[in-house]
Design a protein around this ligand. Structure first.
Ligand SMILES: NC(=O)c1ccc[n+]([C@@H]2O[C@H](COP(=O)([O-])OP(=O)(O)OC[C@H]3O[C@@H](n4cnc5c(N)ncnc54)[C@H](O)[C@@H]3O)[C@@H](O)[C@H]2O)c1
Length: 400
């Protein structure tokens, strides 16, 4: 008999729905879990939206008082799905209650808040399982890339390029949202994913330099209604960047695997990290290519079924020999106890990676251990994001 766990869901916007979908799907995708999470209560910013969420979810409780929801003794696990600026108080409440936390990225809004979270973890002796929703790690193809790098199949890493491309900020009429405030922005929103993946696959850089841009200095403070003259709608200044380009050098600490590092020339590894919401024509395109002395991998979120691998040890020859890129069909070929429902050959997608990410979290809740990325990793990335912002402001190379 699985132990039922009551989830308190803080926020039910776009990503709160993805968490709810994932939780409802876990019995099919991760039948081996020893726990059975179910949503008990939901908190949103307005009573009407909270009640609508409660009805959609079929759960017991709807509230605008998220602290009360976190503190409710019936709640076993807290999911933080509110806007970035609301993460800190929610995290502090959950840490105080020593409840397991599944937190959306970025963990908080800046390095000062990250320090506050670290202090709270230390003061309370918090030791419950945590995970940050860097869900891109939930793609089997990305896990395969990590295996290939860690086992030395790429040789010593020499370069990488990783990017996240959206088009949403091109539209001048799109109204101001929390993502346009200082606690929003593309660095926190998209580069957070990229730096976590960089760390997962390669290691964080020793130093970086970055530049950022904002296309429209103001935005309408609300949606422009049909037939309304846009010039009649009051505007608000945009206080966050739409795009950031980062150059990186070296590794910030001994690499997680020998293959990635060259102790004699650590600065030889260079990278380009680009996150933008100004990529005309883009949908939700995260891509990377990582090259080493013996091989390379590349991935596109628009074709998440596949990882491409170049094995430089394969001989070239007349008519090509065996040299060239191989497409590995990773799909949903997850390691047990996660299963490959609906079937390994079915195409895989964005929501599936969220489910895979939830599955590892609830494995650690049920069985102990941490599969990561845990809160400590999220806080490390938070510090790195602050270094990016520091470099944008200073226009210099900054160390991590
Ligand atoms: N991992 C991913 O793929 C991914 C994708 C999108 C968003 N996110 C992250 O998820 C978080 C939420 O983003 P979103 O796009 O769902 O935002 P959203 O604006 O769509 O929804 C935010 C929700 O939080 C609620 N809310 C606002 N203030 C609150 C408060 N004080 N207490 C409780 N609820 C409150 C709102 O009512 C709403 O339900 C952000 O941190 C964002 O970075 C992650």
């Amino acid at each position: 008999m699985k132990k039922t766990l009551n989830v308190g869901l803080i926020g039910f916007g776009m990503i709160g729905k993805a968490h709810a979908y994932g939780l409802a799907s876990l019995p099919f995708f991760a039948p081996g879990l020893t726990v059975a999470p179910r949503i008990f209560g939901v908190a949103t910013s307005r009573a009407e939206t909270a009640e609508t969420a409660r009805q959609t979810l079929g759960c017991e409780l709807a509230t605008t008082d998220w602290t009360a929801l976190i503190e409710n003794p019936a709640v076993d696990v807290v999911h933080v799905c509110a806007p970035n600026a609301e993460h800190l108080p929610a995290l502090l409440a959950a840490i105080r209650c020593k409840k397991p936390i599944y937190c959306e990225k970025p963990v908080v809004s800046n390095a000062a808040e990250a320090a506050t979270v670290r202090a709270a973890l230390a003061e309370t002796g918090y030791d419950a399982p945590t995970q940050v929703a860097f869900h891109l790690r939930g793609f089997a193809a990305i896990r395969r890339a990590k295996e290939l790098i860690a086992s030395g199949r790429l040789g010593r890493l020499v370069r990488y390029r990783i990017g996240y491309y959206h088009a949403g900020a091109l539209d001048a009429s799109a109204p101001f949202r929390w993502k346009h405030a200082p606690s929003g922005g593309t660095i926190l929103d998209l580069a957070s994913h990229l730096l976590d993946l960089t760390d997962y696959l390669v290691g964080l850089p020793a130093e970086l330099t970055a530049t950022a841009t904002t296309l429209w200095p103001t935005r309408p403070e609300r949606a422009i209604r049909q037939g309304e003259n846009a010039a009649d709608v009051p505007t608000r200044p945009v206080e966050a960047e739409d795009a950031v380009s980062i150059l990186t050098r070296g590794l910030s600490r001994p690499a997680k695997n020998d293959a990635a590092s060259d102790p004699t020339n650590p600065a030889a590894l260079t990278g380009v990290v680009e996150a933008t919401k100004l990529a005309t024509g883009a949908e939700d395109e995260m891509t990377f290519e990582i090259g080493g002395t013996q091989g390379a991998v590349r991935f596109s979120l628009m074709e998440p079924h596949y990882l491409e691998f170049f094995d430089g040890t394969k001989p070239s020859g007349p008519n090509g020999g065996e040299s060239g890129w191989t497409r590995i069909a990773a799909g949903a070929r997850y390691e047990a106890p996660e299963c490959d429902f609906p079937s390994a050959k079915s195409t895989t997608g964005w929501l599936r990676a969220h489910v895979a990410s939830l599955a590892t979290f609830y494995r650690s809740v049920g069985e102990g251990g941490s599969f990561g990325p845990d809160l400590a990793q999220g806080l490390r990335i938070q510090d790195a994001l602050d270094v990016v912002k520091r470099s944008v402001a200073s226009r210099r190379w900054e160390s991590l």
